[in-house]
Design a protein around this ligand. Structure first.
Ligand code: OAD
Length: 259
């Protein structure tokens, strides 16, 4: 990544008064959490997503779907926030009006110090009743042994006894209205949006950087690859988030202590 491009991005971040940091699976890649579309390691390559991430799949086999998400939550628990997550928290500490909007269902932004990321696709740590939507406690670990290496019978809702489901958005489901409204409001009001580690392929989430650009914000993209968001990005920082974001924070405000 050329130093000139980094300096240009640092000048934009240093002048920004209202920032949105919009993140995708690439944000957590260097924490060992697989992205969706990376060949071989991608989550969808290992599993038939349609067989696991849909309401119909849960209705047909709650234990299979619940077991998969328990496996993903345990993988996230074993992961650690990376220097990119910490750099996002450093931006929030420097620019008071910063909103983190994430498509990720892990809790790595929170564990790196981001106060209240907007989870457009829900969270592995927000299970709820599949019937009455009552929030359910997050299992502390693999409380129930997988029945056949993958199936884990989901707990019953404390209020209505229906099966508890993962609190994530499935194919064919709408995004949480409150989260989407907050993300659109932040994107509409910001003067800088930094998009990190997303292929920009999945709507309506992928609309967020475009809303910001349409309403006059400057967009910086952090991604080792080209994406459709290259069209709206004024600056493209080609590289991995855990290296690029700390470099951007340092170029903007000087060394900010341990990365
Ligand atoms: P993808 O897997 O589609 O894209 C990951 C992006 O991260 C790609 O553009 C990679 O080039 C980039 N990338 C990989 N490693 C990176 C790194 N170390 N640093 C920075 N970028 C890196 O994941 P998303 O765009 O997040 O939806 O996918 C969006 C949605 O599609 C997900 O939230 C999920 C999926 O269907 C739901 O679950 C509803």
């Amino acid at each position: 990544m050329a130093d000139l491009v980094l300096q240009e991005a640092a000048a934009l971040l240093g002048r920004a008064r209202r920032v949105v940091v919009f993140t995708g699976a690439g944000m957590s890649a260097e924490s060992g959490v697989p992205t969706f579309r990376d060949a071989l390691t991608g989550l969808w390559q290992q599993f038939d997503a349609q067989a696991l991430a849909t309401p119909e799949a849960f209705d047909a086999d709650p234990a299979l779907v619940w077991g998969w998400y328990e496996w993903r939550r345990d993988a996230v628990r074993r992961a650690r926030p990376n220097a990119g997550h910490r750099a996002v928290a450093a931006i929030e500490a420097r620019v008071a009006d910063t909103v983190v909007v994430t498509q990720n269902v892990d809790d790595l932004h929170e564990r790196a110090g981001s106060a209240a990321p907007v989870h457009l696709h829900g969270s592995l740590f927000a299970p709820r009743c599949s019937s009455c939507a009552q929030p359910a406690p997050v299992p502390v670990g693999a409380e129930r042994e997988p029945v056949d290496g993958r199936r884990i019978t989901p707990p019953g809702c404390a209020r209505c006894a229906a099966p508890v489901r993962p609190g994530v958005v499935w194919f064919g489901e709408g995004l949480p209205e409150t989260a989407l409204a907050a993300a659109v409001e932040a994107a509409s009001a910001c003067d800088l949006l930094v998009t990190v580690g997303t292929s920009g392929l999945v709507y309506p989430a992928a609309e967020i950087p475009q809303v910001a650009a349409r309403l006059g914000a400057t967009v910086i993209q952090v991604n080792p690859e080209r994406t459709p968001l290259d069209q709206v990005a004024e600056v493209n920082l080609r590289g991995p988030a855990a290296r690029v974001l700390p470099a951007l924070v340092e170029a903007t405000w000087g060394a900010t202590g341990p990365a």
